[in-house]
Design a binder for this molecule. Structure first.
Ligand code: NAD
Length: 363
């Protein structure tokens, strides 16, 4: 399952006004102009091990300074591999002592979805900036509590929407925004993979908050929102299950459509059933443009009705982390802010509501 996930995972974004918020913590860091911000990784699972820690070796403004793990065996391995001193190793109980550690500027929360809120709020209370993996949390209420805690502590909060930084996704947004092929009329977006181990947290509602939709359908939603540049006003969704035992607690496959104020329509799908569904396509008045694969960690492929789109493929996690460091150092608000994460969770909730009620939901 991890191989297929790694092979498929993805990116996107939209322009968000830059707001100068220059929090207290940023002012302190700016005193040391060339300093790399110290990141503490919380949760040393697949994503931290295979993507984030290696990406931290490629960043310009960040460094892996600390780890937080509930598995003592991982402490020694990580300490040796990344030269992390004992004083910068924490577990979930000692986590709050991070407040007194000046080596740590940013906490990167890479835990199961339903743990994001608790650790974001504890990080904020410790006076540290927070980068939190997607989906932001499992309910809008929990997302709002995270935003409020970071605001109260005057620290920045960003969500790990790596696609919003890829040149390929930025080009999709530009083509739509500048109406290169005329106005966009229809968008198709889909992302899924075949999930393995039936005992993993991704299949437990209490930890995941949902199934394929929460995990990877969110990329399709982000893709559509970023390309359309609008928020949906109506959603219709249906769910199908081929394995009701394995997917007893969470969704296996969901298809949904969205209407936007300008008249744009979007058809989307997500699944835990098969590999290879990994696409963002926009049909406009005079042509079309697409990414396929659209959401993988690398190897994105773009095409338009006029030919291929080729761009460099920088490490998506390194780019995302360097952007967050720049936000902190300059006082700029991240375009992948907590508010952006909350918008997605509200829409995902409406998709689940439409599935439950069997009818369209107005937003
Ligand atoms: P994983 O299962 O590989 O790792 C989860 C980590 O959390 C493990 O180290 C585990 O020990 C720890 N953990 C602590 N308490 C736990 C509990 N009660 N149950 C299970 N694990 C517990 O998961 P992952 O693939 O690394 O995903 C972590 C987060 O990152 C998720 O929110 C996921 O959505 C997100 N993610 C994002 C991307 C991306 O491309 N941005 C890709 C993969 C995962």
């Amino acid at each position: 399952m991890q191989t297929s996930r790694r092979a498929f995972i993805h990116g996107i974004s939209r322009g968000v006004a830059c707001v100068s918020i220059l929090p207290v913590a940023a002012t302190r860091i700016m005193a040391q102009e060339n300093k790399k911000l110290g990141f503490a990784l919380v949760g040393l699972g697949s994503l931290s091990t295979n993507q984030i820690a290696p990406a931290l070796q490629k960043t310009k403004r960040c460094r892996l300074a600390a780890i937080v793990t509930g598995t003592p065996a991982k402490e020694k391995i990580w300490a040796e591999k990344y030269k992390i001193p004992q004083k910068n190793i924490y577990n979930y109980e000692t986590f709050d002592q991070i407040a007194g550690n000046p080596d740590i500027d940013v906490i990167y929360v890479v835990l199961p979805n339903a743990m994001h809120g608790e650790f974001t709020i504890r990080a904020a209370k410790a006076g540290k900036h927070v980068l939190c993996e997607k989906p932001m949390e499992v309910s809008a209420e929990k997302c709002q509590a995270m935003i409020d805690a970071c605001k109260a502590a005057k620290v920045q909060l960003a969500i790990g929407y790596r696609c919003q930084f890829t040149p390929h996704h930025l080009e999709m947004m530009r083509l739509a925004r500048e109406k290169t092929f005329g106005s966009v009329k229809l968008i198709e977006a889909s992302f899924g993979f075949r999930i393995g181990d039936p005992n993993q947290w991704r299949l437990k509602h209490a930890l995941a908050g949902g199934g394929a939709l929460m995990d990877v359908g969110i990329y399709a939603l982000q893709g559509v929102r970023c390309v359309s540049g609008e928020e949906p006003t109506e959603i219709s969704a249906t769910e199908t299950k081929t394995d009701p035992v394995k997917f007893k607690e969470v969704d296996e496959s969901i298809s949904w459509s969205m209407r936007f104020p300008s008249g744009v329509l979007a058809n989307c799908a997500t699944t835990y059933l098969v590999n290879g569904m990994n696409r963002l396509w926009a049909g406009a008045e005079n042509g079309w443009f697409q990414l396929d694969p659209a959401y993988s960690y690398g190897g994105l492929k773009g095409r338009t009705s006029k030919g291929e789109i080729e761009f460099p493929q920088p490490d998506q996690f390194a780019t995302e982390m360097d952007d967050f460091a720049d936000c902190i150092l300059s006082g700029r608000k991240s375009k992948v802010s907590g508010e952006e994460g909350l918008r997605d969770i509200k829409i995902l909730s409406a998709i689940y509501q439409s599935v439950r009620e069997g009818k369209a939901v107005q937003l």
